[in-house]
Each structure stands twice: as structure tokens, then as C-alpha cells.
Design a protein around this ligand. Sequence first.
Ligand code: UDX
Length: 450
Amino acid sequence: TAAPPRLTVIGTGYLGATHAVCMASLGFEVLGVDVDADKIAKLASGQVPFFEPGLPELLAKTLESGRLRFTTSYAEAAEFGDVHFICVGTPQMPGSDACDISYVDAAVGALAPHLTRRALVVGKSTVPVGTAARLTHTVRELAPAGEEVELAWNPEFLREGYAVDDTLRPDRLVFGVASEWARERLTAAFRPVIDAGTPVVVTDLATAELVKVAANSFLATKISYINAMAEVCEATGADVSDLAAALAHDDRIGGRFLQPGLGFGGGCLPKDIRAFAHRAEEIGVGQAVSFLREVDAINRRRRSRTVDLVRELLGGRLDGKRIACLGAAFKPNSDDIRDAPALDVARTMHGLGAYVRVYDPAALDNARRAYPELRYGSSALDVARDADVVVLLTEWAEFRQIDPEAMAKVTAHRRIVDGRHALDPEVWRAAGWEYRALGRSWPDDRRGGH
Ligand code: UDX
């Protein structure tokens, strides 16, 4: 059989850096490409420019093996590679729900003119459906090798914090291809992953693009579904935690992504559902996914409701109050603060005149840089000093371990809002704390009747 293809990975951000390192660790010759010389220099010297467990160790190993190299030159990439993975970002466009695919266009536009022999260009970025079909034409027009160059789509499903595992052992691989040759090339490029038993779905380009946004829309919908139930629970004195636990016993529903609380954030879910709704409207099927607007609205309401809970607990006012915020990252085990519900809540309370102090085990530097107007502290107990209320916003394991007695020694009052259902209300109430959580009743207040 033919030698394994040589791979390039264009765009060495979160997705690209992880993909490049993982593919090299599987034995492929890999060249990472980025226009950002700084990033390339960092990676080449063994530094991962973001927080991802396991990745720095694997980068060191693959660099040492000589199988992984980095460059800023597209000419070098074209010369080197048989299969080129496009891994650049597609952020939300400022002032619009659409996603910005200019980085994808730029990467393909820079690579294609150097493609002088048979090659496969594989998109991994999350894009509006129809992008791959358009890029197929671009590549053919720009590449000296013309029809010899093909385009395929292979969406990426990795989660931050589990990126290495999700890349080496994905739930499935999706190959969107337009020819048998492209299918064979992709199969060769994922040989070790396929041999390890990963199921492969081979389909057309449009379906492959859609799988990604359909999956993320489903996950977002599941979260907003349970959070919508939380709203109903609050109005009826019911408990959404118990409700979710009971639902989860039904295998058809399942308990994953059914955690009620402050809702979803991050660089993917919020932007992907908005871009999907926007794209569906563009192509005349807006009604089919109009529920995604509702999913987004439910998710946003969780943030304002959290602020309301804090205000209620403080007797109706936030101004001048000292508030300890535990968590800044959009989820635990990440330093990512993109569309982070935690910082959204912290900033709103700050805007309403509260004295807000934030602690996060990994995202403090990022938060400080983005929001210098907030105060920051070096530990949970540090920010809780003299606080009128403690608000848990990201469910880091270390917050679950906090001893309510130890915390009560530093705070001004025993009041806590658990925005992530991370704490045991019994334990905290037993220690004399007024405990509040979204979608949960608080029997101590209801004693007098409603
Ligand atoms: C997500 C998808 O899971 C991944 O497949 C895709 O490739 C990229 O987007 P990620 O953004 O890393 O990954 O985070 P994820 O772990 O999915 O969490 C998303 C958000 O949902 C977080 O803010 C999390 O706190 C929230 N969440 C998750 C809930 O509020 N409740 C849940 O039950 C699960």
C-alpha cells in the first residue's frame, strides 16, 4: 500500500495546534502553518499558547520525534503536504449573528496558488452550509494543478479540556467527500484512528458541514431545555435538580448536557446556534430552526436571573455590596473566557454598583486583560473576605471542596448563590448559610407561606 500521506495543518489555534500534535503523535509527518509568526515560534519551541491538559507533554514528545514542524510559509506547506487541513477560526461577526469565514477564505486563497500537484484540502472549521461547495470552485480556479486538487470536509467535535482525547479517540469521524479518491485519502490520513475502532460516516460536503452545527444545536437545546424547566420550577416551588435526575433515568433522554444552571458559553455553542439560525434564514428555511432563537434567549435569561437571585438575597440592592465571584472561565478545566456566563454576570453586577471580586483557578490572566475594571483575587477565600454574598459561577472541582465553616470565617454574611448547582444545599444550610440556586426552592423562605 501507499506511504501514509504527509499532512499540513493550517491555522494553529486551539483546534489546529491540537490536531497537528495529535496527528504527529500517531506517526504522521506534520507541518503546522500559521500567519502568526509569534505563535509559530512559541509552538516550535514547545510552548502551547493556551490551557489544555496533556497537550504540552504531547507537543514536547512530537517535536522531539522530528515528525512535527512549524512554518509561516504557504509555499513550503504546499510543497510538503499531500493532505492539507484547514483549521482556522470562524468567530461571530461583530454586530451580526453570522459567522466570519474570512479566515477560511484567506487560508484557502493563500494555499491554493501553490498547489502544483495532486492534493486534498480538508476543511475542519465550523462553517455555514454551502461553504465547501463554494471553496471547491475557488481551489480549482486558483491551483495550478486545477482539477487535481480536491476539497473535502471533516468537521471537528473536540471539547476544550478533553481536546487530546477527543482528537485521538473521537466518537465518530465524518468525511464529507465528492469522490472516491478523496474518501481514500481521508481514510489514509486517519488510518490509526479508524483502526482503533472509530466509526466513520462518509457523506457529501453539505451534510458534513451540517453535522457539526446540528450536533452543537442539539447540545445547546438540551441545556436550554432543562434551564427552561428551571424557570417553571422556580414559579412552582419545584426542584429542577431532582427533575433533571429523574429525567436522566430515561435512557432515551440521558443525563449528559442536562445540568441546569447558568447555561452555556464558550467559543462554540453560542456562536454556532446563532450562525446556524442566520444561515437557515439566508437559504429560506429559517422557520425550521427558529427554535434556536428561543434556545439562545433562554440561555441569556439564566444570566440575568442569576443577578436577580443575588439582588434578592441582598434585600433588593446591589450597589455598594461586596460580592465574591467564584469562577471566570466559561466552564471548568479551561482558561477560555469567550462568551463566559461567569464574567457576564460579574460585569453586570459591577455595572450595577457592586464591589465585585473574581477568582478563577486558570482564567484569571485572561479575565484581567479583558476586563480590567473588575477586581481579582488569588483564591476563593481571598475574594470572599468581607463579602456580603458569595456567587459560584463556574463549577471548578476546588469550589465543590470549599468548607462552608472556613468560608464563613472570612465573609461578612453567610449568603451564597450557587449558579452551577455545584454545592450540596443541605451541607451549606446546615452550616447556617442562606443558599440559593436557579430552579431550586429554598424551604427556609417558604416556611411563612407564599
Ligand atoms: C462544545 C461541544 O461540546 C464540542 O463538541 C464542540 O466541538 C465545541 O463546542 P466546548 O465549547 O468545549 O465544546 O464546551 P462544552 O463542554 O460542550 O460546554 C459548553 C457550555 O455548556 C459550557 O459553558 C458548560 O458550562 C455548559 N453546559 C454544559 C451546561 O450549562 N450544562 C450542561 O449540562 C453541559
